[in-house]
Write a protein that binds this ligand. Structure first.
Ligand code: PNS
Length: 160
């Protein structure tokens, strides 16, 4: 039986924190589907196509990684793609409350789908897409937080 996990998120943009979870997830699961949420609550900096492209460039030739977008409820999407697992990274304690709420709500919506967490590596625990965007917007270096091509994409966005 093939072990599939969905790794959902905004990925606006991809950071080394996400990359670490995907790499480690691929050691545990046969296939990881990165599900980029088309989120009604957030206005993204990058279009979904741009976000997919930035992720694809970080995993060249990795055929066990699928990139997709979804609208609506995550659990419905998980069911559609036949995944029993939602994979999420946990950084600092501050993530815990939000993740606990989401995991419980998702279980309430569909208790056949399990949320599994991976602790973010200590070198990445402070990295977030939000902070990366803020630093890059004001010309700060984000070299340690995102791959080169993401850094370049951020620079290009903020010089538009
Ligand atoms: O990277 P993010 O922005 O923290 O990811 C949040 C995400 C996309 C996982 C969450 O907003 C989500 O699952 N959205 C889909 C809509 C949904 O199912 N909402 C109820 C979750 S309790």
């Amino acid at each position: 039986m093939s072990r599939i996990a969905i790794y959902p998120g905004s990925f606006d943009p991809l950071t080394y924190g996400h990359i670490s979870i995907i790499e480690r997830g691929l050691r545990v699961f046969d296939t990881i589907i990165v599900g980029i949420a088309i989120n009604v609550r957030k206005t993204p900096l990058f279009t979904t196509e741009e976000r997919i492209d930035l992720i694809r460039k970080s995993f060249p030739g990795e055929d066990r990684l699928q990139l997709d977008t979804f609208e609506g409820l995550l659990v419905d999407y998980a069911k559609r793609v036949n995944s029993k697992v939602i994979l999420r990274g946990l950084r600092a304690v501050s993530d815990f409350e939000y993740e606990l709420q989401m995991a419980n709500m998702n279980r309430k919506l569909n208790d056949t789908i399990e949320t599994m967490f991976m602790m973010t590596e200590e070198t990445h625990f402070y990295v977030s897409s939000g902070l990366v965007k803020e630093v890059a917007r004001f010309g700060g270096a984000v070299t340690d937080q995102v791959p080169k091509h993401v850094e370049q994409a951020l620079k290009a966005k903020f010089s538009e």
